[in-house]
Write a protein that binds this ligand. Sequence first.
Ligand code: ADP
Length: 170
Amino acid sequence: MIKSDSASRRAVYTGSFDPITLGHLNIIERSSQLVDHLVVGIGVNIDKPPLFSLEERVDLVQRITAHLDNVEVKTFSGLAVNFVRECGARVLLRGVRSLTDIEYEFTMTLANRKLDPDIETVFLMADEAYSHISSSLIKQIAQAAGDGELAQFVPTAVVDALRKKMAAGT
Ligand code: ADP
């Protein structure tokens, strides 16, 4: 059993963040106001090769969330519930944009509940201004879109990082 007195004020927001978008940032900003301490957990994804390395994603998320005192960025591999426990938290935070997201998250939540019934998954609904944004969309449009267009979807640090990636030909 995780003690709930100190742990209840911590939450862990997991994802690939490849790259972090304005939608992710909105969830981070909103949830950081609900808890004492928020860990952004960047997962090692085994089924799809990322555009940005783990180190690059950590660097971007750290820079983009630097204005938030109670946000910490960590990486993890393996089960999200184990990582949440390691962080001393019992709240696993996720964002949902659509019914499709909910369907996927519903299955994940039930599986995670079986894996560790002490960990509670909490959802924040995407702000309507960002609900159309996904990391995969960014990767699809990055080549063709201009900087101003991309800046409607991702922080400017990510626009710069995408440009460097493309210039490097990777
Ligand atoms: P994953 O690969 O684990 O789905 P993502 O980095 O794509 O990781 O997303 C992390 C979490 O943030 C997921 O819960 C996802 O639904 C949510 N999310 C992604 N984009 C947005 C957005 N624009 N607004 C709100 N939540 C989002």
